[in-house]
Design a protein around this ligand. Structure first.
Ligand code: THG
Length: 370
């Protein structure tokens, strides 16, 4: 086999306010997410993993782009987009919200940030949600402006995240609760700082408003964290599978309902009046899904990266597919996320998995590894 080719860089593949810092820190691999660079590895996937679980990392997650809704119809529009009931949501809160189309198919699984009654950010996963939202606004003649503002999230994740954030923003950040946000000063600017992030190691996300604040904030975090072994990091492919954090485009697509994705707990289809796709979801919420995402362990040595859905069989019948997989150093087995048919989704169910490195035994686990 020849070496894998490089990806050519160009203007279409957007850099971020932190790219200079990321490259100086020695990024060794990127992926593309929302047409933007997203680091995936610094030292090695495993070294990054151990460090994330023991210290603190600064992540350039600018690719979590914001779709901003501004105007009198912003709240109504937000409720049209999601089957999660938003009536109890207050400014200062973040909600993980499935976004579905008219058939109940998943379009995105973002974090909604309620800045004010008439101003929201939708912090999107990897699909062009802006186009769907602008189409709805135009079609329904809603009184709301929709655009992608100059906002780039920077995540601070790991057990020492709170100490590092307090060193830069003051002790006030310690009081921010999970999926809440506050406004904190940096360089004379008010930034939204939320307790959230794409890991289960604890931490924050800073919604960096204004490209020019990017590198000064990046540098301030590394100066303040010198005694904490702070490093540049990124969402870690091993940790996020252990944690059961889903990846749109990998673990789910618009062919899946939220219920198939195990996101039924974020749907209130009965009371989410006005939600597009509500009728379709009412049907599946009554009957239940016939396939669902499950934690899967895979026997044998480390598997290669999962770049296509690997079929799982019971006898000769395909009864599921693994969509993400990685070797877990802490659990000393391959951990994975897969979509499994109802007949074989119970914990302990043993299936035959076909990977590029041969046939393996796959077992449906009772829970993710956190
Ligand atoms: N943070 C922000 N934007 C994002 C992500 C993020 N956009 C892209 C992507 N990640 C969206 N996907 C997710 C997936 C999972 C979670 C957040 C965003 C998440 N889920 C927790 C869970 O499932 O247990 C908590 C959900 C809850 O309790 O409300 O955190 O990471 N800004």
């Amino acid at each position: 086999m020849g070496a894998l080719p490089n990806i050519s860089l160009s203007r279409r593949l957007r850099r971020t306010p932190f790219s200079d810092g990321v490259e100086a820190a020695g990024v060794s691999a990127y992926t593309v997410y929302n047409h933007m660079l997203l680091p995936t590895v610094f030292r090695s996937l495993e070294e990054d993993y151990h460090h994330l679980k023991s210290a603190v990392q600064v992540w350039d997650v600018s690719c979590e782009r914001q779709v901003e809704l501004r105007g009198p119809d912003a709240g109504r529009l937000m409720q049209m987009l999601t089957p999660r009931d938003l009536r109890g949501m207050m400014p200062g809160q973040c909600y993980y919200v499935p976004i579905v189309d008219e058939t109940g198919g998943m379009l995105n699984d973002p974090v909604a940030v309620k800045l004010a009654e008439d101003r929201w950010w939708i912090s999107i996963a990897d699909s062009d949600l802006l186009l769907w939202v602008k189409g709805i606004v135009y079609g329904f003649r809603l009184d709301v402006l929709v655009d992608e503002p100059d906002v780039s999230p920077l995540a601070v994740q790991g057990p020492l995240a709170e100490d590092l954030m307090a060193a830069v923003f003051g002790d006030g950040v310690r009081a921010v609760r999970f999926f809440r946000f506050g406004h904190f000063q940096f360089m004379g600017r008010e930034l939204v700082v939320a307790r959230s992030g794409y890991s289960r190691q604890g931490g924050y996300e800073i919604y960096v408003e204004g490209w020019d604040v990017g590198m000064p904030l990046w540098n301030a975090l590394f100066e303040a964290g010198a005694g904490m072994d702070v490093r540049a990091g990124c969402p870690n492919g091993i940790e996020r599978i252990e944690s059961g954090l889903l990846s749109y485009g990998n673990d789910m697509t618009d062919d899946n309902t939220p219920h198939e994705c195990g996101l039924g707990r974020f749907c209130n289809t009965q009371t989410a009046i006005g939600c597009i796709g509500r009728d379709a979801l009412l049907r599946v919420s009554i009957e239940g899904p016939v396939q669902q995402i499950r934690p899967i362990s895979i026997s044998g040595p480390p598997v290669p990266p999962c770049t296509s859905a690997w079929p799982m069989r019971a006898g000769n019948t395909v009864v599921g597919r693994v969509t993400s997989a990685a070797w877990s150093p802490d659990h000393e087995t391959n951990v994975a996320i897969g979509m499994v048919r109802m007949t074989h989704w119970d914990p302990g169910s043993e299936l035959t998995l076909h990977t590029p490195s041969g046939q393996r035994e796959a077992v449906v686990e009772p829970a993710f590894w956190n």
